[in-house]
Design a protein around this ligand. Structure first.
Ligand code: NAD
Length: 427
């Protein structure tokens, strides 16, 4: 094949529908673990999916239609769990792929949930607070038949936050006629949120990085780190890396990147971002084009922004020896192969960012019992679950002689398959 043909082929393969990519991942694992073909067939389909089109009254008096989704992938191990994404480019196939990823993620950390995901096609940055609240309340009403503390428990994802979870909880409670804190997680502590939930995904990213480094006899202090995305996941991870003695040399957001080879002061960078809405222009840093963040020289790279960021176009230029996937799906399968061939140690999303869903599970347990834990208890239990999951995935990777992504799927899909076999096919 000529080089140009190769490039076109790779571009086509990399722009593959995300749910088809998820199915390919499933097929790879199915072959490796000799998965029962009937179980494989069950897992190839989302259990149910709802598309809603709904009107919102905008501030200028006009009415605008929005589209939203809620997809349940597999509920064999428990109620549906998964975030809600507000993003202009989200679509049904992305939400299906993310719901599948949640089925695997919950099983990898062994929490009793099935996988789900939701999304609304919108740009939250372009909506006023009143429009965002109206959109959220109407979307909640539209998906209300699916959600509930025993059925499906949404949480934040890209473009959503604790305030949006509070509006979902309030709307659902108004429909029910009584307060139902356990219908969402990631909500403010004042209404049944958990200590440590906001930091949980970033905290988990740092915990699994520590475990990954340990496999190579290394430790966090002194490691240089680059983080793509400075939102909920990226900013907390950067802060905790900094606090653990690592040197965060570069950080980016949608507007650009900043670099300081001596290490950025993350606390000050957070204050700057709060004031200016971006990391760009941070004093004491050099500006860097956003797309160069991924290839800066560093020990640890944390993509914590969007999917499909590490591709055939940049994978060979990645200098980090460890890639810890804070975001969901940041690496295309083709780029994953390049990283593997180059000896990069990749901790996959279903393990690296599972801290969020783990503390969401703690929040739901606390809501169901109306009995709340301290932050120390939450963090200690989180550490315990992630360290155990990391070790189980590492063991599977050694046993099956495969990379950590395949191993995480082997562990996760294995648990889901066991549950499907135990329950049987109804009727
Ligand atoms: P967020 O909306 O809080 O932050 C996203 C960040 O990425 C922002 O700083 C934004 O400016 C930046 N960004 C967007 N496009 C970018 C680009 N092209 N280049 C560089 N930066 C860009 O979102 P979040 O909650 O931090 O989620 C980030 C990722 O982590 C998503 O893939 C999400 O699915 C995943 N995730 C989040 C959680 C959670 O608890 N929030 C849990 C698991 C996984």
């Amino acid at each position: 094949m000529c080089a140009r043909h190769d490039e076109v082929y790779n571009d086509m393969a990399e722009s593959m529908n995300p749910f088809e990519m998820a199915r390919q991942q499933l097929a790879t694992v199915a072959e490796k673990i000799d998965l029962d073909p009937d179980v494989h067939e069950v897992l190839r389909y989302p259990k149910r999916e709802l598309t809603v089109n709904f009107p919102v009254s905008m501030d200028d008096g006009s009415v605008k239609m929005f589209t939203g989704y809620r997809v349940h992938h597999n509920l064999t191990r428990g109620p549906a769990k998964g975030g809600i994404r507000y993003h202009p480019e989200t679509d049904l196939d992305e939400v299906r792929a993310l719901a599948f990823c949640m089925t695997v993620k919950c099983a990898v950390v062994n929490i009793p949930y099935g996988g789900a995901k939701g999304g609304v096609v919108c740009d939250p940055a372009k909506l006023s607070a009143a429009e965002l609240e109206d959109l959220t309340r109407r979307y909640t009403t539209e998906i209300a038949p699916l959600i509930g503390p025993d059925k499906d428990i949404p949480a934040p994802d890209m473009g959503t936050n604790p305030q949006i979870m509070a509006w979902i909880m309030d709307t659902y409670s108004m429909l029910a006629g009584y307060t139902v804190p356990g219908v969402v997680t990631g909500k403010p502590i004042a209404i049944g949120g958990s200590e440590g939930r906001v930091e949980a995904t970033g905290r988990g990213v740092v915990a699994v990085t520590r475990e990954a480094l340990r496999t190579a006899g290394k430790q966090l202090p002194g490691m240089s780190v680059a983080v793509q995305g400075f939102g909920n996941v990226g900013s907390v991870a950067a802060f905790l890396f900094h606090r653990a003695g690592a040197k965060v040399v570069a950080v980016s957001d949608v507007r650009g990147a900043v670099l300081n080879n001596n290490g950025l002061d993350i606390r000050q960078l957070m204050a700057h971002t709060k004031e200016h809405g971006t990391v760009v222009g941070f004093p004491g840093s050099e500006p860097l084009p956003g797309d160069e963040l991924l290839t800066v020289p560093c020990d640890v790279l944390v993509p914590a922004a969007l999917q499909n960021q590490i591709t055939t176009k940049n994978a060979a230029r990645i200098r980090a020896r460890f890639v810890i996937e804070g975001a969901n799906g940041p690496t295309t399968p083709q780029a994953d192969t390049i990283l593997r061939e180059n000896g990069v140690f990749v901790v996959p999303d279903v393990l690296a960012n599972a801290g969020g869903v783990t503390v969401s599970y703690f929040e739901w347990v606390q809501d169901q019992q109306s009995f709340f834990w301290t932050e120390e208890e939450v963090n200690a239990k989180l550490e315990q679950i992630l360290t155990r999951a990391f070790s189980q995935v590492l063991t599977a990777s050694r046993r099956h002689d495969c990379d950590l992504r395949t191993a995480a799927y082997i562990v996760g899909i294995g648990r889901v398959a066991e549950a499907i076999r135990a329950r049987g096919i109804y009727p």
